[in-house]
Design a protein around this ligand. Structure first.
Ligand code: FAD
Ligand code: AMP
Length: 479
C-alpha cells in the first residue's frame, strides 16, 4: 500500500464518499478512510445516512405507511382488506437489505473509480499527515497533498435520559425494535423524532412526543408548521410542547420519564423511549493536538464558504461543519471541495438547500420563511393554496396541506417555497430550481403545469401571490 496520496478523506459518509469519487474522477490519487462496522459485522461505507440514517428510516417510513394505508386508508377507496398482519421481522429485514445493497454499491463505485478504501480510523496530524489505524494491523503514517475531513456527526446524549439501546434508544436503536412498543416516548419534536415517532405510531404504538420548546418546528414557516402539527395530532401523535424532560428511570422493561410543563412536574411511563434531541459533530480522535484545525464555539470545524479549514490544504465538509446537517448538503460540499482542490471555479448556494421531513404528509421548504422575510424589513408578499383544491390530490385522497410562496414585493423574486402535503419532498425541488434560476413568481405563473397533477398547486400558489389563483376564493387586501 502506498503511503502517499493526492487526497485523503477521513469518513466515508455521503460527504466523504462523494468527495472521494469526484476527486478520483478528476484524476487525483484518492484514499478514503472509514472505520464503520455494520450490523453484519462487516466494514461498510455510506456513513450515518446509508447505514443508520436517511435510508433505513425512509425504508421503515414507506413500509409503515403501506401497513397503515392497508389497515385504515384503503377502505376509503372501496378496498376492503381483511386482517392485515404485521410481519415486523420481514419489514426490518427488507430495510437491512436496502442498506446492504446501497452500501455495497458504494464499495463497487470505489473500485470502478479506483478510490482506495482504507478500513480503519484516521487522525489528522500536522503537515497534512494522517495517522491510519487499520481495523487489523499496525498504525501507519500517510502523507497527502490535501485532506478532507468528513467524519460526520453522532446523536447528542442527555444525562436525563441515558441511552442503553434497550429501553432508552437513540435513532439507531429506534430502527430495530424487535416488537412494536405499546407506549412509545420520544424526546425531541425535531425531524428525526417526528419521523421515527411516525414509523412506530403507524405500526400501532401509542406515541407521546415531549418537546422542550413551546413552538412546533420553530425553523419552519409558521403557517406550514401549524398545519403540519394539526395533521400529525389528528393522526394520533400526542405532541406535548413546552415539556422538558428532567429525568428517567428504567424499571424492568419500562421507563418512567419525568418532565416539567406549564402545569409543573409530570411523569409518563413508556415501554420504549427514543432520545432524538439533535446531533453533534463527531470530532473525537479526529484531530491530533498539533493538527492546527480550529473549532468554532459550537465545536464544529471552522471553515470558510468553500469548506477550507484554517490549515491550507485541509478541508472539512458535511455534518462536521456549519449549516444544515443534511446528506445532500454534505454531498454537494464533497463535490465542491474536490473541484476547489483542482482549482476549478465552483460554489454551493447555501440559500437553496432544501429541508424535508418525511412524515405523512411530508413537510419541505427552501429559502426564507414568511417570518424571516418580515424580519428582513423588505416588502414581501405571500401566496398559499391548499391541496384540498387540487383534483389529483382528491383522487389520491391526500388533500391535507398546502403550498406557499414568499416573494419580494418589489422585484417579484421568489424568496422561499414551503410545502406541507403529499410528495412535498419532490415538489420542493421545483422551488429549488426556480430559485437557482433567480425566478420571479410571474415566471411560474406563466408556465404550463400538467393536469391533473400535484404540481398544479405549486402553480396556483404562485398565482395566489398576486391574487390570481383560479381554484380558491381570494380576497385582495385593501391597500
Ligand atoms: P456521516 O454520514 O455521519 O459519515 C461520517 C462517517 O465517518 C461515518 O461513517 C463514521 O464512521 C466515519 N468516521 C468518523 N470518524 C472517523 C475517523 N476518525 N476515521 C474513520 N472514519 C471515521 N439527511 C437527509 O438529508 N435526509 C434524510 O432523510 C435524513 N434522515 C436521517 C435520519 C436519521 C435517523 C439520521 C440519524 C440522520 C438523517 N439525516 C438525513 C442526516 C444525514 O444522515 C447526515 O446529514 C449525513 O449522513 C451527513 O453526512 P456526512 O458525510 O457528513 O457524515
Ligand atoms: P433537532 O435538533 O431538530 O433534531 O431537534 C431536537 C429537539 O429536541 C429540539 O427541538 C429540542 O428543543 C428538543 N430537546 C432537547 N432537549 C430536550 C429535553 N430535555 N426535553 C424535551 N425536548 C428536548
Amino acid at each position: 500500500m502506498s503511503d502517499n496520496y493526492d487526497v485523503i478523506i477521513i469518513g466515508g459518509g455521503p460527504g466523504g464518499y462523494v468527495a472521494a469519487i469526484r476527486c478520483a474522477q478528476l484524476g487525483l490519487n484518492t484514499a478514503c478512510i472509514e472505520k464503520r462496522i455494520n450490523k453484519q459485522d462487516e466494514p461498510a461505507l455510506g456513513g450515518t445516512c446509508l447505514n443508520v440514517g436517511c435510508i433505513p428510516s425512509k425504508a421503515l417510513l414507506d413500509s409503515s405507511w403501506k401497513y397503515h394505508e392497508t389497515e385504515s386508508a384503503l377502505a376509503d377507496h372501496g378496498i376492503k382488506v381483511k386482517g392485515a398482519d404485521l410481519d415486523l421481522e420481514t419489514m426490518l429485514k427488507r430495510k437491512d437489505t436496502i442498506v446492504k445493497n446501497l452500501t455495497g454499491g458504494i464499495a463497487q463505485l470505489f473500485k470502478a473509480n479506483k478510490v482506495t478504501w482504507l478500513q480503519g480510523t484516521g487522525q489528522l496530524k500536522s503537515g497534512k499527515q494522517v495517522e491510519f489505524q487499520p481495523l487489523d494491523g499496525d498504525t501507519q503514517t500517510l502523507q497527502a497533498e490535501h485532506v478532507i475531513l468528513a467524519a460526520g456527526s453522532v446523536p447528542v446524549d442527555i444525562p436525563v435520559a441515558s441511552v442503553d439501546q434497550k429501553v432508552i434508544v437513540d435513532s439507531t436503536g429506534a430502527l430495530d425494535f424487535d416488537k412494536v412498543p405499546k407506549r412509545l416516548g420520544v424526546i425531541g419534536a425535531g425531524v428525526i423524532g417526528l419521523e421515527l415517532g411516525s414509523v412506530w405510531g403507524r405500526l400501532g404504538s401509542e406515541v407521546v412526543v415531549l418537546e422542550a420548546v413551546d413552538d412546533f418546528l420553530p425553523a419552519v414557516d409558521k403557517q406550514i408548521a401549524k398545519d403540519a402539527q394539526k395533521q400529525f395530532t389528528k393522526q394520533g401523535l400526542d405532541i406535548r410542547l413546552g415539556a422538558r424532560v428532567t429525568g428517567s428511570e428504567v424499571k424492568k422493561d419500562q421507563v418512567v420519564v419525568s418532565f416539567t410543563d406549564k402545569d409543573g412536574e409530570q411523569e409518563e411511563t413508556f415501554d420504549r423511549l427514543i432520545v432524538a434531541v439533535g446531533r453533534r459533530p463527531y470530532t473525537e480522535g479526529l484531530l491530533s493536538q498539533d493538527a492546527g484545525v480550529t473549532l468554532d464555539e459550537r465545536n464544529y470545524i471552522y471553515v470558510d464558504s468553500q469548506c477550507r479549514t484554517d490549515v491550507p490544504g485541509v478541508y472539512a465538509i458535511g455534518d462536521l461543519v456549519r449549516g444544515p446537517a443534511l446528506a445532500h448538503k454534505a454531498i454537494e460540499e464533497g463535490v465542491m471541495v474536490a473541484e476547489v482542490i483542482m482549482g476549478e471555479s465552483t460554489q454551493l448556494n447555501y440559500d437553496t438547500v432544501p429541508g424535508v421531513i418525511y412524515t405523512h404528509p411530508e413537510v419541505a421548504w427552501v429559502g426564507k420563511t414568511e417570518e424571516e422575510a418580515k424580519d428582513s424589513g423588505d416588502a414581501y408578499k405571500t401566496g398559499a393554496v391548499p391541496f384540498a383544491a387540487n383534483g389529483r390530490a382528491m383522487a389520491a385522497g391526500e388533500t391535507g396541506g398546502m403550498v406557499k410562496f414568499v416573494a419580494d414585493e418589489k422585484t417579484d423574486r421568489i424568496l422561499g417555497m414551503h410545502v406541507v402535503g403529499p410528495q412535498a419532498s419532490e415538489l420542493i425541488q421545483q422551488g429549488v430550481i426556480a430559485m437557482e434560476f433567480g425566478a420571479t413568481v410571474e415566471d411560474l405563473q406563466l408556465m404550463v403545469f400538467g393536469h391533473p397533477s400535484l404540481s398544479e398547486t405549486v402553480h396556483e400558489a404562485a398565482l395566489a401571490t398576486d391574487f390570481k389563483a383560479i381554484h380558491v376564493a381570494q380576497r385582495r387586501r385593501k391597500k
